[in-house]
Design a protein around this ligand. Sequence first.
Ligand SMILES: Cc1ncc(COP(=O)(O)O)c(C=O)c1O
Length: 391
Amino acid sequence: MFESFSPPSVDALYRTAAAYAADPRPDKLDLGVGVYRDENGLSPVMRSVRIAEERLCAENETKAYLPLAGEPGFLAGMSALLFDGERPDNVAAVQSVGGTGGIRLALELAQHANPDVRVHLGVPSWPNHQGISDRLKIPVSVYDYLNDQKDAASFDNARNSLRNARQGDVLIVHGPCHNPTGLDLPSDEVVSLLREAASMGVIPLIDAAYYGLGNPLDEDLTAIRDIIEQLPECFVSMSGSKAFGLYRDRIGILFIKCRDGASAELARGNAEVLARVNYSAPAAHGAQVIGTILSDQALKEDWQTELALMRGRMTVLRETIKATADDHPALQIIWRTKGIFSLLPFGPEVTEALAEQHAIHMPPTGRVNLAGLSPDTAVRFVDAVKELVAR
Ligand SMILES: Cc1ncc(COP(=O)(O)O)c(C=O)c1O
């Protein structure tokens, strides 16, 4: 059976990670994989997470299966966070295996409802949007996410892409902090785009992985809530990986906004069946951690404080880069972007030279994870780019 396989194509990010691991130079920098890092280059366990884990370790009395829809405290906590109160009856909530699992579940559900579903996607995007659709054999229609100057997200391109959309299709849009570009449409344009999509019967899928990392948490949550309120139907997938630093615990949530409470029940029930045949029952750890944090006011505030510090660090890094970049054209995009990523206007020739000559590792696409820098190494990065890229 297995010798007929062709070798898998390896994601460029994993090649970058391997090159970084194999680099013996002590001052090497990893600006590849999409995790937040602190000044010391670590992705630390957040304080509130550590406290919640200690509490759970002492208090957990069972490892029996969770309900199919997910850990009730987690579903309640995330719902209260997003809706700033009760989750409306016409919104279903289902725990997912990370944000990735939420996207997978949403697309499977859309396909279950409409076997001819197609996905509309601005590119470049997070590779799994295309990858999951391909695996499900859902055709993907792509448009250019950025404008011609590549310095802003293009509302016109997104809007024009709807011309070939059909009722029952899905339009994937990123929540705050677009990956890989770091450039978001203003929220009023997002709402107007999604309302237009909805008027054609196209279901928006909002992929919110980086809430709280580019804008204050409240601002991001309000923007997502506004979208949900203004649309008759949509999916919102929220990852617990970035904002809670729970990457390896694989926790996320999928909200499904429906026309009424009865449809939300149906959506939840069908999502549970799809989840059941994929992995049977959801995992407890990350869900219990988030549930614990969000149900304890002091822990919740501590989590928000730490998240704000993470965001503040990204701002300081951008300011440091701006102050030393002498307005270099290859770096300008960095201070126009938000979150941990920027997409720099150079390709493999430059990223290879950065790795070889300066021990600075980033993928050949030009996506840089700025969280891999400290104020000192940011200056080193700027100098290296200035040396390698002509103005
Ligand atoms: C845009 C986007 N969506 C979703 C995810 C999924 O995150 P996870 O499955 O780790 O929660 C990521 C992770 O990098 C992402 O960048």
